[in-house]
Design a protein around this ligand. Structure first.
Ligand SMILES: *Cc1c(COP(=O)(O)O)cnc(C)c1O
Length: 425
């Protein structure tokens, strides 16, 4: 049955039989028992499906991954220990030493570090381009060894909206997939696969968990990218894996399952950044109310953005759902029902005024976090983006005076009153 996403949020990923638990069972077990070594051997050869060790797969985590997979409209998904692990796996699953990736410059600071410093040390080169770049600049970013294009639906914290269709077309013209970090929009507001994206990643830490309780990540495959058309570009998926009994992932699992099976059988096996069953259960509790919470996050975001827009002490406001915003048209195209609860703005007086204002807030708390039920705020130039030079800050769309204010699901009136008193200095 093709159910609506609200129903999937509540009931997806797990269907109990008679007398079975209504809630997803927490299978807190590292291992699983078998009657014979021959039975277990089939699992290791990926000839039979079943659980044997929770570093690779666990039923609780698989239930939750299946729910997120259905929400995004994908064919396969896996949980990871964090959003960072999801971003890393999403690229490393198809790019090796000597390869190259085209990436939007407006991305999360942690992802920028991972790509530009750590993965560069592993021999993978990234070209960062502005999401507003011209077609010529986008075209010029590709190289013969390019293996993927990466961007965020709504950039954290610049709040730039990526023109997914345009980036997908460019990626496909060069025979590579578009990978989208859909953390801020969530599948409630945008389903990137409907616009041509091939792989979606999430920091479930943010809106999906939504209660500041559990760090986690997820990767979803649309199952649409045909790796077998480019066997030379993607040998890891199209030729035998010596480390996994000579299996060729695309042959054995089709284009619907090859990418996630490889990431599980190879990367999760070797790197081990797996989600714990207990944490997966917690993430699922968040998913059950995601559609209800996102509506309130967006409602509060718009109310706060409108208030700030008219305040004399505010120098600028970025909120993609606010009429007149630089990203308003793109936001209306990709997320007509709302974008997210995060509003970025500058306080007149620059860095010092931003710090003063934040210190005076009583309802909103200063936290290295975002997308939580509780309103929180951060000065990225002093925190998440501290390692970036002024030029890199500018490329990432992060002004030195930028305050990232993440509206929770409290009363919008209380948030606005709090901001109003905090600006009174
Ligand atoms: C937080 C975040 C990440 C990283 O997620 P962690 O769970 O903190 O590792 C990646 N992408 C975006 C857009 C984020 O906001």
């Amino acid at each position: 049955m093709n159910r609506r996403i609200e129903t999937t949020c509540v009931q997806g990923g797990y269907t109990p039989g008679n007398g079975e638990p209504r809630q997803i069972p927490i299978i807190q077990s590292t291992t699983f028992k078998y009657g014979s070594s021959a039975d277990m051997g089939k699992l290791f050869d990926l000839e039979a499906s079943g659980y044997f060790y929770s570093r690779l797969q666990n039923p609780t985590c698989d239930n939750v991954a299946a729910k997120i997979c259905e929400m995004e409209g994908g064919t396969a998904a896996m949980l990871t220990s964090s959003g960072q692990a999801a971003s890393f796996f999403s690229i490393f699953n198809i790019a090796n030493v000597g390869d190259h990736v085209v990436c939007s410059s407006a991305i999360y600071g942690g992802t920028f570090n991972l790509f530009s410093v750590t993965m560069k040390k592993m021999g993978i080169d990234f070209t960062f381009i502005s999401p507003d770049c011209s077609d010529e600049e986008l075209e010029a970013a590709f190289r013969p060894n390019t293996k993927a294009v990466f961007g965020e639906t709504i950039a954290n914290p610049a709040l730039t909206v990526l023109d997914i269709e345009r980036f997908a077309n460019a990626a496909h013209a060069h025979g590579v997939p578009l990978i989208i970090d859909n953390t801020f929009a969530t599948p409630i507001n945008c389903r990137p696969f409907e616009w041509g994206a091939d792989i979606v990643t999430h920091a479930t830490t943010k809106y999906m968990d939504g209660h500041g309780g559990t760090v986690g990540g997820c990767i979803v495959d649309s199952g649409k990218f045909d790796w077998t058309r480019y066997p030379d570009k993607f040998p890891g998926l199209c030729t035998p894996d010596d480390s996994y009994h000579g299996i060729t992932y695309t042959e054995r699992f089709g284009i619907e399952g090859a990418y996630i099976t490889k990431a599980t059988a190879q990367l999760m096996r070797d790197f081990g950044c797996c989600q714990s069953p207990m944490s997966a259960y917690m993430i699922n509790l968040g998913l059950e109310s995601l559609h209800v919470r996102m509506a309130r996050h967006c409602e509060n975001g718009l109310a706060v953005a409108k208030f700030l827009k008219n305040h004399p002490k505010i120098s600028w406001v970025i909120y993609p759902s606010l009429e007149g915003d630089k990203n308003y048209e793109l936001a209306q195209k990709y997320m007509p029902g709302g974008t997210c609860g995060v509003v970025s703005f500058g306080v007149k007086g620059g860095r010092a005024a931003a710090e003063e204002f934040m210190g005076r807030l009583k309802v909103a708390a200063i936290e290295t976090h975002v997308a939580d039920a509780r309103t929180c705020c951060l000065h990225p130039a002093n925190a998440t983006h501290r390692q970036l030079s002024d030029a890199e800050l500018e490329a990432a769309g992060v002004a030195p005076d930028l305050v990232r204010y993440s509206c929770g699901i409290e009363s919008a009136e209380d948030l606005i009153a709090d901001i109003e008193q905090a600006l009174d200095f």
